[in-house]
Write a protein that binds this ligand. Structure first.
Ligand code: ADP
Length: 447
């Protein structure tokens, strides 16, 4: 490039020198110089015209013949054009391949803008959800997938967990919906047929519920006989007395286990759910703490900090189970003399119920697993504390029903804080008596 520039300048200067010589010879220096400058200008303009003309006609054909710097410019632009066309072709091919592979996917893929207006979907998504091209393009997805769960999931952007719904287009088909936000909060939605998994899961739930229910009757009979034996315990040999005490303790544990399993099944099944209502948090917690008296035996101090006006919208029984599990755990896993702080705090964003103990604490690696069924940090401790290993699984399910989240903070040796974060629309701070409630999960809006 440098050489071309040098040659161009040298040629132009040589021309200028020649003009000066000719001008001096014929005695018309100014006239000859003016002619030379005008000639040069005309030449440049002509090349520019050629260049513009070639570009206007898409620049696909070979560039016009030109020498010097203009020839270089033409060639460089032509090469750039060729390169661009090539990468455009490659991109178009890649796009076609992506489109045809997503079309062939068994999973449904949907692209919707940040308002949920449908932009693109593959054949599987059309099949699962009954989407039709082109009529449904631009429609809001919640107008097409008409399910209350899906509406809540989509409008409240609960994309952390996948949602399972019945297919609106195919009878007996269950779909798992997973949504990711991308770019300017646009929606990328994956739809998967999970009918087989759903039926298996249903079978598992039914089995646990039925087995637990069936175990209740024989256990009641065993407990009845044990109670009778307990009355005549003193007349029996020492070794048998110990056996009876042991059997009574274990049957109590088994009864608690069955109760917890049945409660979990009810929470999972979603039907037969108690209707939601506004409850005074302080009353609910007082009922629980009164029930703790037999296990407290003055060894622990409970410190309550719950404003009387705090109210929470939900199912009384479920909230009772969740809060009591947290409070009983705090007592169970705190050494004698420990203090347990039970608190309710609310802001314009949420309401937080927390139980803080100064007990054993939990190692960070165990925290993510605490809400798994039958998970215990110390396997041996379960039988001593009388726990079933289901308490925190129950808490998790109850909170899920109340759009709430469980937060666990703990430090081994220093204690733990379990907090339940409820959304603002489920909490209020006033003395208005509990008012009418709807049948779905949404709290009345007149507070
Ligand atoms: P469990 O019936 O065994 O108490 P949970 O599901 O309620 O079952 O709790 C699971 C495990 O989490 C417990 O076995 C215990 O190891 C641990 N855990 C729960 N709460 C606390 C707490 N407040 N302090 C220390 N560990 C706890």
């Amino acid at each position: 490039m440098k050489t071309v520039w040098r040659n161009t300048i040298i040629t132009w200067l040589a021309g200028l020198a020649a003009c000066i010589v000719i001008g001096l010879v014929i005695g018309q220096l100014l006239g000859v110089l003016l002619l030379y400058v005008l000639g040069s200008l005309y030449w440049q303009l002509y090349q520019l015209y050629q260049f513009h003309n070639w570009l206007r006609h898409s620049g696909r054909a070979a560039p016009p013949e030109a020498s010097g710097i203009w020839g270089e410019v033409f060639d460089a632009v032509y090469r750039l054009h060729k390169k661009q066309r090539k990468s455009k072709r490659r991109m178009r091919q890649a796009l076609t391949r992506i489109e045809s592979s997503t079309t062939a996917l068994k999973e449904g893929v949907i692209m919707a803008d940040n308002q949920g207006n449908l932009e693109w979907w593959n054949n599987s998504a059309a099949h699962f959800l009954g989407l039709m091209r082109p009529v449904d393009r631009g429609q809001v997805i919640t107008n097409i997938v008409r399910s209350p769960e899906f509406f809540r999931y989509f409008s409240q952007k609960r994309f952390g967990e996948p949602l399972v719904i019945k297919s609106p287009a195919k009878d007996g088909v269950y779909l798992e919906i997973q949504t990711t936000l991308y770019d300017k909060n646009d929606h990328l939605i994956f739809v998967r047929d999970v009918t087989r998994l759903h039926l298996l899961e249903q079978m598992r739930k039914d089995f646990v519920a039925n087995a637990s229910h069936e175990l209740k009757t024989p256990l009641t009979v065993i407990k009845g006989y044990l109670e009778t034996l307990d009355m005549f315990k003193d007349s029996l040999p020492k070794s048998m007395q110990k056996g009876i005490v042991n059997m009574s303790e274990q049957s109590e544990r088994m009864e608690q286990l069955i109760e917890d399993l049945l409660l979990l099944s009810r929470l999972e099944s979603n039907d037969k759910r108690e209707e939601n209502q506004w409850h005074k948090v302080s009353d609910l917690v007082k009922t629980i703490t009164n029930a703790t008296t037999p296990i407290l035996t003055d060894k622990h101090t409970l410190v309550l900090d719950i404003p009387v006006e705090a109210r929470l919208y939900g199912s009384y029984k479920e909230l009772y189970s969740a809060f009591s599990n947290l409070i009983f755990n705090a007592i169970k896993y705190s050494p004698d003399g420990g203090e347990i702080a039970i608190k309710w705090e609310s802001s314009e964003f949420n309401g937080v119920f927390s139980v803080k103990d100064s007990g054993l604490g939990i190692e960070p690696r165990y925290i993510p697993r605490l809400t798994e069924r039958f998970f215990r940090v110390d396997k041996g401790r379960g039988s001593k504390t009388g726990g079933t290993g289901l308490g925190l699984a129950i808490v998790k399910h109850v909170l899920l029903h109340h759009d709430a989240k469980l937060q666990i903070r703990s430090q081994p040796g220093f204690g733990s804080t379990f907090s339940c974060h409820f959304p603002a629309n489920r909490t209020r701070n006033d003395t208005i008596p509990a008012i009418a409630f709807n049948t779905d999960d949404t709290p009345p809006t007149d507070q």
